[in-house]
Design a protein around this ligand. Sequence first.
Ligand SMILES: [Zn+2]
Length: 220
Amino acid sequence: MPSPRLTREAIVEAESKQAEVIAALATAGQDDLADRMTNCQRCRLWRGDGSRWLDRCRLGGCWSCRRPVIRAWWRALTEWAEPDATLLAVSLGDDRIAGMRTLRRGLRDVRDRAAYRRPAWREVAFGGIISGTTAMVLAVHPHVPQAKMLTVLRQRWSDTVVLNLIGNEPSWIMDTDTAVRLSILRRGIEPLRAVVMPQGVPQLPPPPEEPYLEPMPMLF
Ligand SMILES: [Zn+2]
């Protein structure tokens, strides 16, 4: 399913932020990444949205490469979660990348501690992804009532908010600092995901295909 088209204003805004990210990468001495992202942007501006795979920079800090990946991951997570899963928003703090890492460990820790005393918590699982300054987290809790789960989570994340599962999806818009640091990590958006499977269940497999039309040649 292709991503819905953006308004012209949204694209202009995103491309202007992209220029800031490219400049910051060059300032940081990351000329190869700056060049890749510049080429990605140039091809987009010449051809519109349908850039060829080879022209894509695939950097997590590139809005145009990040957006379809975030949407594909979110689709995979919502399909995995039960229909009665709870959607939560948890704020990440100033450092989103460190915040996501802390959240991933924290969710596992909280679940494991609760499961030690109450076996129903063994089945509790989480799948989260960055959304601006927060993480959107799908909580699967088949035998733990929502109110009880929230009480436990809010002991660690007091600002946890419940969102409507229908009609909410993570924002692909990202601040320049996070976009730059994410690009330098060269791991796509993976550092900005947090998946905690039920105890004894292997990790969620990635979505079957990256949301592009052509296979990825290994160029680097
Ligand atoms: Zn790109």
